[in-house]
Design a protein around this ligand. Structure first.
Ligand SMILES: Cc1cc2nc3c(=O)[nH]c(=O)nc-3n(C[C@H](O)[C@H](O)[C@H](O)COP(=O)(O)OP(=O)(O)OC[C@H]3O[C@@H](n4cnc5c(N)ncnc54)[C@H](O)[C@@H]3O)c2cc1C
Length: 337
């Protein structure tokens, strides 16, 4: 099976899912990494350290910023001339677009969000979640090349082997572009929810501490948001001690406690951390849709009957304003922080 792996990065910062894709590709035989960008030799070098046997490098100033047209044309031209059987991508906003455009160019097919890929006598079987991850479907793909985007953290990341090298082959970048990037503004800070091994999330309950006295002059709504911000500080402190990311329920986002980029669930991010701590979140079905792949859920809620306890491995019935600081202190001691 001739396998290409697209290494997705933002200005040289590689999405960890790219290395997971490379690890999967290696289980099928030799893996060719595709690195596109401008001045991205370091990404190509890292690809060897994560197991690539060969790197095809399109390094051109026109590829400095990701745009669908030049990236898809470059990828499609490469795939047409080199005829891989399989092209793997980590699932990101960029690769969803890129894989779809290239699949069209190549008269082929893309399967998104795979959680397992098996090859049995040249037939490719892909498993992926459907219906908000209530079911997993297994599909076969007869197109060649078959394009597949992989769900983050569904596949093990290979160990980095420092100093491992190989041959980089430069390839031509296609330069036609209909758009240009004028600039970036940061929407998300800290650890990304998609890559986080630990997520601590807060819900509407983070505003529920009537004993907190807001600064004078605030109306009821402002006082509620202020209280919620104190609650999210506690959420953030625990996340920070654990090296994790901060998530939220939609109720918390809709109430203006925290930006949408933190929302987990059906209409937010679908996450797959090793540990998901839900504080003041009831566990509505739409929230659970986002955490079905979490390996362990811990719930903190005042209400012993909250549905979140049905999916939690460990549950604490109590006030998050008491439990979160206690957990943060305990982890600080345990981790020597
Ligand atoms: C089409 C659609 C899409 C949706 N998409 C999403 C989505 O992507 N993500 C999402 O989260 N929701 C989504 N929702 C909304 C979802 O149905 C729920 O309304 C939402 O998840 C509830 O958020 P919550 O658990 O924070 O709030 P609530 O349901 O109000 O729960 C708050 C919880 O906090 C507890 N609590 C209160 N005070 C404390 C305290 N001091 N200490 C400890 N616990 C406390 C309460 O006991 C309660 O269980 C969607 C809904 C629809 C219709």
């Amino acid at each position: 099976m001739k396998t290409f792996v697209y290494i997705d990065h933002f200005k040289g910062e590689v999405q960890p899912g790219s290395w997971e894709a490379l690890g999967l590709a290696k289980t099928f035989g030799a893996a060719t990494a595709l690195v596109f960008g401008s001045a991205v030799e370091d990404v190509a070098k890292a690809a060897f350290e994560y197991g690539a046997d060969e790197v095809l490098l399109a390094d051109d100033p026109v590829l400095l910023d990701y745009r669908a047209e030049p990236y898809a044309s470059t990828l499609s031209a490469l795939a047409s001339s080199s005829t891989p059987d399989l092209i793997l991508f980590p699932t990101t906003t960029r690769t969803r677009e890129l894989a779809a455009m290239s699949a069209l160019d190549l008269n082929s097919n893309v399967i998104t969000d795979a959680t397992a890929v098996e090859i049995n006598s040249d037939t490719i079987f892909v498993t992926r979640p459907i219906y908000e991850a209530k079911l997993f479907e297994k599909v076969t793909a007869s197109a060649r090349p078959q394009l597949i985007t992989l769900r983050g953290r569904a596949f093990p990341k290979p160990e980095q082997e420092a100093g491992r090298t190989g041959t980089i082959t430069k390839v031509e970048a296609k330069t036609e572009a209909l758009s240009s990037v004028e600039g970036y503004s940061v929407a998300e800070v800290g650890v990304s929810l998609n890559d986080a091994g630990v997520i601590v999330s807060g819900g509407r309950g983070v505003s529920n501490n009537p004993s907190l006295q807001p600064p004078a002059g605030m109306d009821d709504k402002q006082a509620e948001v202020w209280r919620a911000q104190q609650g999210f500080k506690l959420v953030g402190e625990l996340a920070s001690v654990l090296g994790g990311a901060v998530g939220a329920s939609r109720a918390a986002v809709d109430a203006g406690y925290i930006p949408y980029s933190n929302q987990v669930g059906q209409t937010g991010k679908v996450v797959a951390p090793d540990l998901y701590i839900a504080a003041g979140i009831s566990g509505a079905i739409q929230h659970l849709a986002g955490i079905r792949s979490a390996k362990m859920v811990v719930a903190i809620n005042k209400d012993a009957d909250a549905p979140i306890f049905k999916v939690a491995r460990y549950g604490v019935v109590g006030d998050l304003f008491v439990i979160l600081p206690a957990l943060t202190e305990a982890f600080k001691k345990k981790l020597g922080k």
